[in-house]
Design a protein around this ligand. Structure first.
Ligand code: ADP
Ligand code: MG
Length: 286
């Protein structure tokens, strides 16, 4: 493509709310074979809401609030919203510890406690009934956090983050181009698969710790050029590792800086529009 064609291409993108950092990025888009998506805030709206509490509601929520009060995770925000709505009085935890990709642990009224996924459960006891409830809720595409107190899981909190209304159409468009779609998430396999089924994604890579996201991109690159679409601080290494990093405009500054393309409208259908633009700009010289 001539420099003029490049300018026209990136200019057209800008008008559609697709910011392309340079012509080289636009060219690489043409060769992409796999598009990998972060889940929370990228495929989903990113506003998780509590839907179910299993166990003695008040007690479960009080312990959870004592821990999540000090966390900035979106799941913590969802839990604190309910605790505030119910005007619950709760203890303030001490020895607070945030464990990436797992949850939070602390001391509440002199007892050890945690809120998080199964990786944090360690030797806390959990009833068969709670195990079954957890699986049921996960199959409904809900993220389930366990609430543990004094070596026992006392309850569950289910949190739902719905897919954006445009995600399904976006995946279908990419598929009709013959591209493979992949979801890469720190969330549980069951939940991730349930959401993937809803929007139509080919492959799910779940339970991935933030520091391992970039490594997963490298493995997918063995099968061809990879684009990664994400929004979080956690996503920055994967955005830089991918052949094309695509950041959501609503994302954190570090994600936006790490991406070669920014989707200002936060609409995943713009991934397909960027592909069309690249084809138009570079298609003929191939
Ligand atoms: P994602 O890749 O979806 O952004 P994260 O790596 O941030 O996910 O978190 C992965 C999982 O770790 C969550 O689904 C949850 O089970 C657990 N987790 C992380 N932080 C918290 C928290 N503050 N409270 C409860 N659970 C948490
Ligand atoms: Mg995210």
């Amino acid at each position: 493509a001539t420099p003029t064609a490049l300018m026209v291409g990136t200019g057209r993108g800008a008008k559609m709310g697709i910011l392309i950092k340079n012509g080289e990025v636009l060219e690489t888009v043409n060769d992409i074979q796999t598009v990998v998506f972060d889940k929370t805030g990228t495929i989903t709206v990113g506003e998780p809401k509590v839907t179910d509490i299993v166990g003695a509601d008040k007690q479960v929520l009080k312990v959870a609030a004592a821990l999540e009060e000090s966390s900035e995770h979106p799941l913590a925000t969802a839990i604190m919203t309910v605790a505030k709505e119910q005007k619950l009085a709760f203890e303030h935890a001490t020895d607070f510890q945030a464990i990436e990709g797992q949850g939070v642990a602390a001391t509440v009224a002199g007892q050890q406690a945690f809120v998080g996924n199964e990786k944090l459960r360690h030797n806390y006891e959990m009833s068969a009934k709670l195990q079954a409830e957890m699986t049921r809720l996960q199959d409904e595409a809900k993220t389930v956090v366990l609430v543990g107190l004094n070596q026992k899981v006392i309850g569950l909190i289910a949190i739902q983050d719905a897919p954006k209304s445009t995600s399904k159409e976006a995946m279908a468009a990419l598929k009709s181009r013959g591209l493979k779609t992949v979801m890469l998430t720190g969330d549980n396999q069951r939940v991730a698969q349930a959401i993937a089924n809803e929007v139509g994604i080919d492959q799910v890579i779940a339970d991935v710790l933030p520091q391992d996201k970039a490594e997963q991109i490298k493995q997918l690159q063995a099968q061809g050029k990879v684009a990664f679409v994400g929004d979080g601080i956690n996503d920055a290494p994967a955005l830089s590792t991918a052949d094309v990093g695509i950041a959501m405009g609503s994302g954190t500054d570090i994600a936006i800086d790490s991406g070669g393309i920014v989707l200002v409208k936060n609409d995943l259908r713009d991934v397909d529009r960027a592909l069309a633009l690249s084809k138009k700009t570079f298609g003929r010289i191939k």
